[in-house]
Design a protein around this ligand. Structure first.
Ligand code: G3H
Ligand code: 13P
Ligand code: ZN
Ligand code: NA
Length: 281
């Protein structure tokens, strides 16, 4: 059933588990998420990045909303990392009620103004807003410790930012990175604890691909109730295609497609178990 992100996150937080928000790009991805969630009786989020919307906005939004409505478990549909007012307006108009207004590439004051305006807009539609301060990197290499520190979420600034913008959830930067971790992940749990102590809204951790089980559970204990997962699911999809497509004329398109869905589903089920949302539908 199509459910609000707010309800999913608040319930997760009260019960000390987290919701997996999985990036999807096509029907196969949507099926993989919904099938995994149903198989484990888990809530989940279908997440569309602006790059996916550029590829096929109306059909993808409609597909996600319809799949969520038809699912036997609670599912919400969310716009990931949106840096543009136009994308956010388009998503709201298309019926999405959960967005990430991502002003994190901007200087702090501009991030605050962008997030405040986008939150006011989204709230007029009854939509839920996630924002970010600090800056998640895609690569860790080549940065000094001080440069890494400077990108992390400052707890005092987080309090001010949430009060000034009215956002509903905050993505924190504590050493998490998008994509693969080129060296073993190191998360600043003291920083997360200080943010948690001072903020009561749901916290989000991006870049969950590549995080070991103990870091996931520690993050949940310290208040994270949404994890974003993209890379590992995409890799499962791509690896299956690379391994399955053999150039044989007899090979069936739908057989290959089903294999790809199964590979993604299995990664998603593994994440759902780590997040502890299995059996919580
Ligand atoms: O659902 C409709 C909204 O209240 C309209 O908001 O005036 O920003 O388009 P808007
Ligand atoms: P990963 O690609 O590291 O899983 O990060 C996903 C993400 O944060 C999407 O917003
Ligand atoms: Zn992200
Ligand atoms: Na990652």
């Amino acid at each position: 059933m199509l459910t609000s992100t707010q309800e999913l996150l608040e319930t997760a937080r009260r019960n000390a588990y987290a919701i997996g928000a999985f990036n999807v790009y096509n029907l196969e991805g949507v099926k993989a998420v919904v099938e995994a969630a149903e198989a484990l009786q888990s809530p989940a989020m279908l997440q569309l990045h602006p790059s996916a919307l550029k590829y096929g906005r109306s059909p993808l939004v409609a597909l996600c909303l319809e799949a969520a409505r038809a699912a036997s478990v609670p599912i919400s549909v969310h716009l990931d990392h949106s840096t543009s007012a136009a994308d956010i307006q388009d998503a709201l108009t298309a019926g999405m009620r959960s967005i990430m207004a991502d002003g994190s590439p901007l200087p702090y004051a501009e991030n605050l103004a962008f997030t405040r305006d986008m939150t006011a807009l989204a709230h007029r539609y009854g939509a839920v807003v996630e924002a970010e301060i600090g800056r998640i990197s895609g690569i860790e290499d080549g940065l000094t410790i001080a440069e890494k520190e400077a990108k992390m979420t400052d707890p005092d600034q987080a309090v001010e930012f949430v009060a000034a913008t009215g956002v509903d959830a905050l993505a924190v930067t504590i050493g998490n990175v998008h994509g693969e971790y080129k060296s073993p992940p190191r998360l600043d749990f003291d920083r997360l604890a200080r943010i948690r102590q001072r903020l009561s809204i749901p916290l989000v951790l991006h870049g969950a691909s590549g995080l070991p089980a103990e870091m996931i559970s520690r993050s949940i204990q310290l208040g994270v109730c949404k994890f974003n997962v993209n890379t590992e699911v995409r890799q499962a999809y791509m690896a299956t295609l690379a391994g399955q497509v053999c150039g044989d004329d007899e090979q069936d398109l739908l057989d290959v497609t089903q294999e790809a869905i199964a590979a993604m589903r299995s990664v998603i089920m593994e994440k759902i178990r780590l997040f502890g949302s299995d059996g919580k539908a």
